[in-house]
Design a protein around this ligand. Sequence first.
Ligand code: ADP
Ligand code: MG
Length: 435
Amino acid sequence: MNSFNDVWDSVCAYCRNSMHEVAYNTWISSLQPVQLDGSCAVIRAKSDYQKTIVEDHYRSLLQQGLEEVFGFPVSVRVVAEEQAEAAPAAPAVEMEPSAAHYTFDNFVVGSSNKFAHAASLAVAAAPGKAYNPFFIYGNPGLGKTHLLNAIRNEIHRRYPTLSVIYTQGEPFMNEVIAAIQTASTPALREKYRSADVLIIDDIQFIAGKESTQVEFFNTFEALYHAGKQVIFSSDRLPKDMKSLDERIQGRLEMGLIADIQQPDFEVRVLIIRQKAQALQFQIPEVVVQYIANQLKNNVRQLEGIVNKLYAYSRLTGEEPSLTSVNNLINEIRKDELPEPVTIDRIIATVAAAYDVSPADICSAKQTAEIANARHICIYVAREVTGLPLKTIGKSFGRNHATISASIKKIQTDMRRNSRLRANIEDMVKNISGMA
Ligand code: ADP
Ligand code: MG
């Protein structure tokens, strides 16, 4: 089981059966699983008050639920929202499968990914020599992050002295912004330029971000000309990142580009079997085939259903059947409807891209920079969420007419300025992809 998150629903179901509905909705349903640290489950409450209530009244119930699902005794630590940020880096079992878990051994190869897989193996065998740069693209949930980490782990194994840096487009952008603000870009440069292998996952997030693109370009040039390996992934081709600097686009297209497609039926079956086997969990063949027929687009979902089925079987002691799997598939389909991205998330992302603070966006300040970022933020919020203007207005502390004026202004600006249009269109795509 690699995901505490996936079994959390079963723990909640257990608690729900043993308590009053109102109490459940008030105290338990909003708890968030943070991590499973050995046999201690860390759970996040939204406030200190909720934390106290849960600790005083529901700790043993949660423990029972966890034990039921995991099959071994689990202690509970409740943290309040602010504390959770400061929790130490997750060990052993994390919410996200740890990077070490992604290897070539547990990557199922089929026609949809065999080219990307073979190229990844070649890059890991001879970093800087086989394909440089190396670029993988494909839709979400098809194995890009898995392959990049498999490369990273394989290089560690074969060449333990090489320094491999793995990061993602968005954290990289935040790091560059923070370095500029604290005048520490030299240290940042030194860090990235000391890499023998640089891997940036989801590189699409740097498109259109001026200072990040400059740092990226210079780092790329330095590493590439020193014969170091550079590896990227994205959900689209370089030419389809509209606001990507042309020089960067050129560099990304210079090496090998490999795509990952939707897995076909055979591969889906193999993946389900492999995920079950990793849990030492038996799923009847008819159920395996049924799942493979129902869920076609996304490997993450296949993994999710195996985990859920496993938790469910642990909980009920029943063998997986077509009925139980059908219920879970319906649940997964519901989950698939993306959770709306919050306006706070949109504000944070747009603010970072335009180098202003989220607080400024919602403030009354009218300097040109802040006002412009605010208009863009409002436009993006409307595009991504489709919420009524009045609702959006509330989040920005502004009335309906102001929101409407911002949107019109940006529409006009975008018609006049193709660069701005490219920037905003990419941003809308990126933010929508976060759902
Ligand atoms: P992406 O980065 O493309 O969005 P991920 O690499 O995060 O996708 O894959 C989603 C999940 O599916 C991961 O848990 C990964 O291990 C699993 N997965 C994807 N492709 C395969 C595969 N071919 N074999 C085994 N597991 C896979
Ligand atoms: Mg990924």
